[in-house]
Design a protein around this ligand. Structure first.
Ligand code: SF4
Ligand code: SF4
Length: 74
């Protein structure tokens, strides 16, 4: 059986975001509300903060992470 991945398994990918913000132009979730937590850059920043223990999985965190259409545009 395949091992479930953890956030730690994505540490390298998380570190590859250069924070250019180009994903903002292509994200329908961000386009609807103009909130950084809804776009890939913001979600990656949240994941990074979670890895570093700077945030917890509280309601706002979970809301931002869940608001994604998985469209792949970013
Ligand atoms: S996720 Fe967004 S901000 Fe990060 S590198 Fe990709 S386009 Fe740039
Ligand atoms: S998959 Fe689509 S909705 Fe989700 S962050 Fe990327 S562009 Fe936005």
């Amino acid at each position: 059986m395949a091992k479930l991945k953890t956030l730690e398994d994505y540490r390298e990918e998380i570190g590859q975001c250069v924070k250019c913000g180009c994903c903002r132009a292509h994200c329908p979730a961000f386009g609807a509300v103009k909130h950084e937590g809804r776009v890939a850059r913001g979600k990656i920043a949240l994941a990074d903060a979670l890895l570093k223990g700077e945030v917890e999985m509280e309601d706002r965190f979970l809301l931002d992470m869940s608001q994604c259409l998985l469209c792949g545009s970013c």
